[in-house]
Structures are given as C-alpha cells and as structure tokens.
Write a protein that binds this ligand. Structure first.
Ligand code: 5AD
Ligand code: SF4
Length: 444
C-alpha cells in the first residue's frame, strides 16, 4: 500500500484543507505515515502570508527531495499558483495543486496535468475531512477574500469569496456534535461576509427572518448552529471590523454556546495607515465596535478581545505608530498577534517603499508586546479565585493537563488524563500574562 505524509504550514484554513486532502488520499487507498523519508507521497500545504512562512516552504522542498528522492511531492495552498515559486521549485515539486482541485486527486495522480476548469471553488469543502482531533473541529464556512488589503496575498492566493450552503454546514456540525465533538470552530477569511441562499424550501432552517430575505447571513448562521442540541462550544474566525453588524454582536451575546471571545484584527491604530492598507474603516469605527462588544456581550467574565497588528507598514511614522500604542491602551487586548510588515509578491503594498528599517520594526513590535503583557496580566487578575469551565486539550510533558476557557485563556492544572477532550471546572489560583493555572473542581 502506498503511503503519504502531509506537512501543513500556516493558518486554520490550511489545517482544515490538509484534513480534506488526507481524506481524499485515504479514499483512494493511500495510508498515512509519520515517516516523511519513507513516504511515497509528500504533500506540502503552503502559506504565503509572511516571508518567514514562505521561506519554510523553500527549506522543506529542498530537504524532502534530498532525503527521499523517490517521493512524489505535491505542493498546494497559497503558493501553488505563484509563477515565481513554480519557477524556483520546478525540480523539487511534481504536482502543483490548487486546493479546490483536490476533488480530482485520483485522476491528477495518474495524469499530473489534469485540471477541471469548470469546478465550483466551494465544492472541495463538501469532502468529509479526516479530522485531526476527536473533540475539536474546524468547519470552513467559505473560502477566499474580496477585501484586497494592500499588504495581503490571500485574495490572490485563494481567489474570490465563496460560501458554503448553510444546510451543508449545519449537517457537518450536527454530525460532529453527534460524535461527541465539544468545540466547533467556524472558519473563513472573513466570516462576517457569509451569505447563503436558502435552496431547500422545506428545510428546517427557514425561519421568519430568512423567509423575508431568502438569504442567511453570519449572525443567522450562528443562531442556527447554536440551536443544535448538545454540549459544545462554537468559535469563529476571522472577523473584519467593517462588516460586524449590531445583529452579530447581539447573536454572540445571546447564543449560549458561542464563546465570548472576538478576534478582531485592527492591523493599525492610525487612520492614514488604515487607508493605505485599504482596510475601509476608521479607527473611530473600530473603537465604537469595541465599546458595543464590551457593553453587550456580558458573561461572568469580561468578553475577551484579541487582534492582529502589523508594525512598520510602508510610510508608518513614529507618530502614526504612536496611534497604535494608544489603541492598545484603549482596547486592553487579551492577546495580539504582532507582525513586522514584509512585502508580499503581487500585492499593492509591494509597490510602496518598505521604508521602516528592520531594527525600527523590531523596536515597535517589542514596545507593543510590553504593553500587551502588562494589560493582559491586568485582565487575567479578574480570574483569580473564580471557577471556570475549561475544555481540556492535552497533557504536557510535565504531566499537567491544559485547555482553554471560552474566553480563549490557556489553563493548566493537575488532573486525570481521561479528561482530555472533556469539559471540567477549574478554580484559578495563579495568573500570568498569557496563562492561568488552578485546581480541578469537577467534571461534567
Ligand atoms: N506582512 C506582515 N504581516 C502580514 N499579515 C498579512 N500580510 C502581512 C504582511 N505582508 C498579517 C495580518 C493578518 C495576519 C493573518 O497576518 O496581521 O491579519
Ligand atoms: Fe487578507 Fe484583508 Fe482578506 Fe484578511 S481581509 S484575508 S487581511 S485581504
């Protein structure tokens, strides 16, 4: 029996894509192996968001053919249609595979050049994935992005936004919950743009609101997922600040299974930089959203807010960066993913002068990180002495169990390994900037 090995670089979407590729390969008789050097087929699911992710792909592609010259190498993901990458790795990769072509994988493996040009870009999401976890699952609700932020490669790499039918998504979630899954993570590049036409008039998802518009939007989808019976959490990423409606905030507030955590990438705190990034909102709008979120989404603990930031975007002055510092002080984020700007092939910003030095970018990143740590620690103080529900994800090398609260805080405690994949209550006794620890109270 032929074997395959998959290497995934990058985001949740790529992880989810790899789960579908694994399912396709299983279905055509391949067997998964952890031993890359012995695999007949090595799949690289690639990411081009940042230069560092891309560099990892170059390193790996060279290594794979060296250690296993008989392996067929498939490259999919963000870099699979980039002409410069194809030229650079032409001797290291056998099959360049746009992700939505994986439904034809069997045919492609015998005829490397076969491509179905009439394909619906969402069809591959119908493939039932080989989920990596037995308790937490990514469920893609769409693919692609139409926003064209000037620094970002995703709209070129993944193409236009397409969304899955609500019924298909709901069926996948029902299936997972039926199997005992405890966490459903709805993913798309911009979940708030979700739109699905109701096709089946008889379906149970047609309520008054949908009947009037004949469309389901993201807040409606969240309510529908929330109404599936079972003990599970719902998370979603990523939200774009220009598309968050009052109704969505209300849906998050009211749906008891939807985790009280919003990841809301700001990218910058300065209006001129936001305009140059083509983000299509002003910082006043972003702050207004944060105010509404904090006011309306109430649970026992404050709603958690996390973000993505780019420092050193072309032309960002010290003063403009100062506005991002002010943003951090105002919002009081629980976590922020801070990236130093790097020019990406084919994007609008690639043509702008990358004029903030590497040293200055690092300094700005360090400054934000320092503020973040201080604020995140202050936020976490509110957890001291509280009993919180945690979904246990695993056991670390020291024997401690770890998992997350619905507010996405990592919690560590001593407990029985059998609790992995289950909900438990933990009393928090110690807090750090990015983690909590405590003692086991009860299981469910
Ligand atoms: N340089 C640095 N960071 C980037 N991101 C996207 N493109 C770039 C780039 N060219 C960051 C953004 C985005 C996250 C996924 O990656 O912050 O939200
Ligand atoms: Fe990239 Fe902007 Fe689309 Fe996010 S919204 S994927 S940052 S273009």
């Amino acid at each position: 029996m032929k074997t395959y090995h998959i290497i995934t670089i990058g985001c949740q979407m790529n992880k989810s894509d790899s789960e579908r590729i694994a399912a396709c390969l299983d279905n055509i008789g391949y067997k998964k192996t952890e031993k890359r050097e012995q695999a007949d087929l090595v799949v690289l699911t690639t990411c081009g968001i940042r230069q560092s992710a891309e560099d990892r792909v170059y390193g790996l592609a060279h290594k794979i053919k060296k250690e296993n010259k008989n392996a067929k190498v498939i490259l999919t993901g963000c870099l699979s249609e980039r002409e410069d990458v194809i030229k650079r790795l032409k001797d290291k990769v056998d099959i360049w595979l746009p992700i939505n072509q994986i439904i034809n994988l069997k045919q492609i493996l015998t005829d490397f050049d076969f491509r179905n040009t009439k394909i619906n870009p969402c069809d591959y999401l119908k493939i039932k994935p080989k989920y990596t976890s037995v308790f937490s699952a990514f469920v893609p609700i769409g693919n692609g992005c139409d926003n064209f932020c000037s620094y970002c490669v995703v709209p070129y790499a993944r193409g236009h936004e397409v969304y899955r039918d609500a019924e298909e998504i709901l069926n996948e979630v029902k299936d997972l919950v039926g199997q005992g899954y405890k966490e459903i993570i709805l993913i798309a590049q911009n979940v708030n743009s979700y739109k699905s036409k109701i096709r089946n008039q008889e379906s149970g998802i047609k309520n008054q609101e949908a009947r009037e518009s004949n469309y389901i939007d993201f807040s409606h989808l969240l309510r529908l997922v929330n109404s599936i019976s079972g003990d599970f959490w719902v998370r979603f990423v990523t939200s774009h600040p220009k598309d968050i409606s009052d109704d969505l905030i209300l849906a998050i507030a009211k749906c008891e299974k939807v985790c009280k955590h919003i990841h809301l990438p700001a990218q910058a705190g300065d209006n001129d930089i936001l305009a140059s990034m083509n983000r299509k909102y002003k910082i006043e709008h972003y702050l207004e959203l944060i105010k509404k979120i904090k006011k309306n989404i109430k649970s026992e603990l404050p709603v958690a807010i996390t973000t993505d930031i780019i420092v050193g975007f072309p032309g960002e002055t010290k003063e403009q960066f100062g506005n991002t510092v002010k943003l951090f002080e105002k919002v009081k984020y629980d976590m922020a993913y801070i990236a130093r700007y790097s020019p990406r092939y084919g994007t609008a910003a690639e043509k702008m002068k990358d004029d903030v030095t590497a040293h200055e970018k690092r300094k700005r990143e360090e400054k934000l990180m320092k503020i973040l740590k201080k604020i995140a620690l202050e936020n976490n103080q509110k957890y001291l002495g509280k009993v919180v529900k945690v979904l246990i994800e695993g056991q670390n090398k020291k024997g401690f169990l770890f998992g997350k609260t619905e507010t996405n805080k990592i919690v560590k405690f001593s407990g029985d390994k059998d609790f992995v994949g289950k909900f438990v209550d933990v009393k928090i006794e110690k807090v750090e900037e990015f983690g909590l620890s405590g003692v086991f109270k009860k299981n469910y």
